[in-house]
Design a protein around this ligand. Sequence first.
Ligand SMILES: N[C@@H](CCC(=O)N[C@@H](CS)C(=O)NCC(=O)O)C(=O)O
Length: 226
Amino acid sequence: MQLYELVLNHGRSVSPFVWRAKMALAHKGFAPETVAIGYGDKATIAFSGQDRVPVLVDGGTVVSDSWRIACHLEDLYPDRPSLFGGDGGRALARVFNHWCDSQFLSSLFMLCCAPTFDLTPEADQPYYRESRFQWTGMTIEQIREKGNLKQVRAALQPMRLALAEQPFLAGAAPAYADYCAFGGFMWARISTGPILEEGDIVEGWRQRMLDLFDGLARKAPSAEID
Ligand SMILES: N[C@@H](CCC(=O)N[C@@H](CS)C(=O)NCC(=O)O)C(=O)O
């Protein structure tokens, strides 16, 4: 297996979507070879028929998009630990995936976008600047001003309430819902630094997630120092 990921300066693998895939692969017991690309390396992943990471090559199958990768792993390797815990769990994980993208990652974007720009090799900075302007109508400097930690923290309230009752979002043990949200925390950790207030119950969960799979996520080069 090969996993294509976005790696910026100082070996920083910033993509929240790639982290979802990395954790899902580890959950299934896979340690794929990773292929690092930059924002400018669209030609390298053109074989996948689109221009985003993660891209997983599993034998003769090419899968892009973190959700589709999770479904591929669940469907192809049903005898390995389940990511969803059945069809109902898969449907709810999909709802949660959409919540993460539209509520959590969108507020995190305003916070992590400029620090991610700072980590982008100079040659790719014009592309990054221009593409983010197309999405938001704002310059990197304007986005940097707008980053709002309070808004990010407020978005996490459903997670806070759930984690007061159970150690992981998926219940007693981690599963895809956890990896889905954790991807965002890895973007923050790697590009920007800590985002949680001291004493936040989400922090205990984040530490447990960092420890999973022999510290896979904790060992990744990051802005945050443990
Ligand atoms: N819906 C996709 C989103 C993938 C995505 O947006 N990946 C970003 C990395 S965070 C990317 O490849 N960006 C390249 C670019 O902005 O040119 C997924 O869940 O995998």
